[in-house]
Write a protein that binds this ligand. Structure first.
Ligand code: NAD
Length: 978
């Protein structure tokens, strides 16, 4: 690892940054420099079509701004008019564009949008003929507006167009340089990557051609290019390190060689935190090549993000590499464009801290500290400062003057032109580069708008500059101070009263090392199956233990669960290793599962204290009425192999904490994980008699337990078929009527309409259908694609599936591991062949490996059963999506459902119509989080209540009311003394 752990306490880092920057900066002077720029920009506001004006009139924080951006994000890619109308109606319907007669939108669209709401059909309902005609006009007008908007972001739709435009702009401003960027979504398939490569290569050639007139100009004086590594390889991920170095690095080198030959600037763009170490490895490999093959080239560089808490160390690292290979670099300092996704990711992964600064001014002060560091190292850096913030710009100029260091300033095409116009009046020699997106509007806009939504926050300088109500003093306030309070809670504290489980970022070497070490020392020794006699004995002794366990106060029982949760957190690596070894989990699945088990323990501990508290009931005077929730008796907990820790632990913890004794039978494939889980619970104080583990086959051991007369309840997770067997067995039994909680499988569908972004759909589908080799109850089985986009998405999905690594899950690079056993392999590969797939190779067959595959089928109704492996069936649909939901409902299952659409009202009405327990909109459909997405289905998918939800524990308790006639001994004292 080259850099420190990204998850470190923020404050200490901010203090250091503030000290570093303050030592070189005189802030009052900065205000003096920048104030005239700000005043002048405010006196001469940018033209109505500039991005700033748009943000001013329709700020993203208002419904109009959001509607506009969301239309811009999606409308251009919608191929069919019916969906385009529905999308436009939906977005315009929720905003008020009236009353802006001379506003930007009105001017852009000839008021068409303002008229739209009168003409458009209600969202989601097909319009009549007249309405349709009107609606088409509105959509055409909106499209025109969006196209105009696109022009603000995109310099040209082709590199030729962009070069011509740059030439035109240089006519009035010959100091301008451009960095062209064919940005867009990252590659999902090798075909995408090849296309991006060709377009970068072509662009470099064209930029080089255009530079022929000034052959002696260095990269500082010439236009250049920015490239995105995630566009050049479909698996630009840390876990695919070896592949990336082998396949991607030579490609990037080809681009570098061309840029070097032309003496232009080539910048590798910044990506997310989890790819930074990987980017540095690629970067170093390229430096090596440069040193060997074109040491005179001074145009190579990397974009550096100041919002990362590791930014200063990153600059040190990059500087050291430059010295090592004796290469002078052009490095762009940006604030960073993935801020909200980094925050979300850290929360989802339960990280100990955030990898980016949580306060805006902390990022700003980091930017200045980074500027100091870059400008001090002028031996290796020609820094390029990308910012629109007048205060930051003035500070950079001040520091640069102090160190007599050359530099370049950069702004985004369509932004910040006012500040730079003013600055150049006082600093006419300052070079300025425009970062200029190039590409078709349809491809680029979605990406750019998302970036803008991330950066268009009210706190941004651009936004505040446009807002006359923000005083100049506030706008130019020094960021060089530390705010000690958190802007929002740390990832561990986002779940309210309970701690979020801590996860592991597998891209961080020091975090993953203990897991790998645990694998080396973990062995799997399968216990001997229990006999029928042993099973009955377990039931009897659990029965005998029940009364005393029930009487343990709930607070003590809950405390034991919390203790077990902490112990599991401590023993995290070993449990991950067990899951990898016994259940063939991938590392990331193992991490998620151990976290889920911890979450169950903590959640049910809290819930039990709520649900098991006695309740005093109202009633007539002279009487006390109390309701006492309490354990019912012995619960039999039967769990599947696919979540051998989390589901096992969830069932057992719920039954125990509500005062029941438990006999637990794990799946026959995964007894060892269960055994270790039980040991952990016993060590946390649960009496061995109250929790008994019985391992063995379902048909024998499981059936014996269910049939035992002492059973007070059964909680089962597994197949629908076995749930029915258990249900019948319980029904046929003499004695008490026994409750059954059954969570079973599903034919889980995802409905995708033509407003969805294909790349995002592909991500969601690949994760939902193929992660865990499709062996999740929530996994996607049936993809329903709108006819208009089906070909494209299926093509991309096939390409993305091909890039998955199938194999041994102890390897970090593996995406899809083996099926759980031979029986599963035979069944799943049989299904694949029936659907038209090729038989697996002998080698794969030997290891029970089935590659992810998708098959088109004609109708939804033809999908009859859950195929519990990496097999996805795909159908096309047209017309009303509600009819698709009806067909999905008709299958009888109802576990998970995905909906992918940008039409919000459509998503809501489809969700409402679906008979499905867990619905996910515009994301994958797996990985329900305890207490966040309570999990469980309806119909053939289960009885409920949902695991990890507020109603779950109630099903485990018996209720007793006790009514006391308090006046039995005499008069009603309460009344008499009143
Ligand atoms: P399964 O039904 O074969 O086995 C589940 C458990 O039941 C095992 O412990 C097994 O030994 C036991 N069992 C089998 N026959 C029994 C019998 N006659 N009497 C008593 N117990 C018996 O399921 P599986 O293959 O382990 O798991 C995969 C299935 O589980 C899939 O259908 C999946 O969708 C479902 N599942 C559902 C959820 C959910 O939360 N809804 C979660 C995970 C798995």
């Amino acid at each position: 690892m080259r850099l420190p752990n990204p998850y470190r306490e923020e404050l200490a880092i901010v203090r250091r940054n503030v000290d570093t920057a303050s030592a070189e900066i005189n802030w009052p002077q900065i205000i003096d420099t920048a104030r005239p720029w700000v005043t002048a920009v405010r006196d001469n506001p940018p033209p109505f079509w500039a991005m700033e004006s748009l943000l001013k009139e329709y700020p993203i924080s208002k419904p109009e701004g959001l509607a506009l951006m969301r239309l811009a994000e999606a409308l251009l890619r919608v191929p069919d008019s019916a969906t385009a109308i529905a999308l436009t109606a939906d977005q315009l319907g929720r905003a008020n564009f009236d009353g802006n007669g001379d506003g930007v939108m009105a001017r852009l669209s000839n008021s068409v949008i303002a008229l739209s709401k009168k003409t458009l059909p209600d969202a989601g309902h097909p319009p009549g003929l007249l309405g349709k005609l009107g609606a088409k006009t509105v959509v055409a007008g909106t499209l025109r507006a969006v196209q105009l908007l696109a022009k603000q972001f995109v310099l040209g739709q082709t590199i030729e167009e962009a070069l011509a435009e740059s030439k035109a702009q240089r006519r009035d401003a010959n100091y301008l340089r451009f960095s062209f960027d064919m940005l867009g979504e990252g590659a999902r398939t090798m075909e995408d990557a090849n296309r991006y490569f060709a377009s970068y290569e072509h662009a470099i050639r064209k930029i080089a051609d255009a530079k022929l007139s000034t052959p002696n100009a260095g990269p500082e004086e010439s236009d250049g290019i920015s490239i995105k590594l995630s566009a050049l390889h479909p698996r630009y991920e840390d876990a695919q390190h070896e592949r990336v170095m082998k396949e991607l690095e030579p490609r990037v080198w080809q681009l570098c060689e061309r840029a070097a030959a032309a003496q232009i600037n080539l910048t590798i763009d910044a990506e997310e935190v989890d790819r930074l170490e990987l980017s540095l490895d690629v970067f170093e490999a390229l430096l090596q090549q440069i040193q060997a093959k074109c040491p005179q080239w001074r145009g190579f560089g990397l974009a550096l993000q100041a919002y990362q808490t590791r930014s200063l160390e990153l600059i040190e690292q990059v500087g050291a590499l430059a010295r090592k290979y004796n290469v002078r670099l052009m490095c762009r300092l940006v604030k960073g464009a993935y801020w909200d996704s980094e925050i979300k990711r850290a929360q989802e992964m339960g990280m100990p801290a955030y990898p980016v600064f949580t306060h805006k001014h902390h990022s700003d002060s980091s930017y200045l500290a980074c500027a100091v560091s870059l400008l001090k190292q002028k031996d290796v850096f020609f820094p390029q400062f990308a910012t629109h913030n007048a205060g930051t710009i003035a500070a950079i100029l001040q520091i640069a003057e102090k160190f007599d260091a050359p530099l370049e300033l950069q702004r985004l095409h369509g932004m910040g032109s006012g500040v730079y116009r003013e600055l150049l009046k006082s600093h006419p020699k300052q070079t300025l580069r425009v970062y200029a997106p190039v590409g078709s509007h349809g491809d680029l806009l979605a990406y750019l708008v998302r970036r803008l939504l991330e950066n268009g926050a009210n706190s941004s300088f651009v936004h505040q500059l446009a807002d006359d109500d923000v005083p100049v003093e506030t706008l130019l306030e020094s960021p060089l101070h530390v705010t000690g309070t958190e802007q929002f809670p740390l990832p561990q504290n986002i779940l309210g009263p309970r701690n979020n489980s801590m996860g592991v970022d597998l891209t961080v070497e020091t975090m993953r090392a203990p897991l790998f070490a645990a694998l080396q020392t973990t062995t799997i020794v399968r216990p001997v199956d229990a006999s029928a006699a042993q099973s009955n004995e377990a039931m009897q002794s659990a029965h005998a233990a029940f009364a005393s366990w029930r009487d343990v106060p709930v607070a003590e029982r809950a405390a034991m669960l919390r203790l077990a949760a902490d112990a599991l957190q401590t023993d995290f690596p070993r449990f991950c290793a067990l899951l990898v070894k016994e259940a063939f989990k991938t590392w990331s699945d193992a991490v998620a599962e151990v976290r889920e088990a911890i979450d169950f323990l903590r959640y049910y501990a809290n819930e039990a204290e709520r649900v098991c508290a006695p309740i005093a009931l109202p009633g007539p005077t002279g009487e006390s009425n109390m309701l006492y929730p309490r354990g019912r008796g012995v619960w039999v907990c039967i769990s599947p192999w696919n979540f051998p820790l989390a589901i096992f632990m969830g069932q057992v913890a719920a039954a125990l904490v509500t005062g029941n004794s438990v006999v637990a039978k794990p799946a026959e494939q995964t007894p060892v994980v269960a055994h270790e889980a039980v040991k952990l619970l016993h060590a946390a104080g649960i009496p061995t008699s109250a929790l008994q583990l019985v391992t063995g086959l379902g048909e024998t051991v499981g059936a014996t337990l269910v049939a035992h007369p002492a059973v007070a309840g059964v909680v089962f997770t597994g197949s629908t078929q076995v749930a029915k067997i258990i249900q019948r067995s319980l029904a046929n039994k003499e004695g008490a009527i026994v409750p059954l909680i059954a969570e079973t499988g599903g034919i889980n569908a995802m409905l995708v309409d033509s407003t969805a972004l294909p790349e995002h759909v592909v991500d969601a589908v690949v994760q939902s259908a193929f992660r865990s080799a499709g062996q999740r109850c929530s996994a996607l089985r049936l993809l329903c694609l709108h006819e208009e986009i089906a070909d494209k998405v299926i093509h991309m999905l096939n390409g993305a599936a091909r890039e998955l690594t199938v194999g041994d899950t102890s390897q970090l690079a593996t995406d899809v591991g083996p099926l759980i056993d031979r029986e599963a392999f035979v069944g799943i590969s049989g299904h694949a062949t029936r659907l038209g797939g090729a038989a697996p190779s002998a080698e794969r067959s030997q290891k029970n490996l089935v590659a992810p595959q998708l098959f088109e089928v004609a109708t939804i109704a033809s999908v009859k059963q859950e195929i519990f492996g990496p097999i996805l069936q795909v159908v096309r649909w047209t017309g009303d999506p509600h009819a698709v939901i009806d067909q999905i409902n008709a299958l009888g299952f109802g576990l998970t459902l995905g909906i992918q659409t940008r039409i919000d009202s459509r998503a809501a009405s489809l969700a409402h119509r679906a008979h499905v327990g867990n619905i996910y909109i515009n994301r994958n459909i797996i990985g329900a989080v305890v207490g966040v997405q309570p999990f469980g289905g309806e119909g053939l998918s289960g009885t409920g209540p949902k695991a990890g939800g507020p109603f779950y524990l109630s099903r485990f308790i018996g209720e007793q009311t006790v009514t006391i006639n308090t006046v039995a001994a005499g008069g009603n004292v309460a009344l008499l003394v009143a």
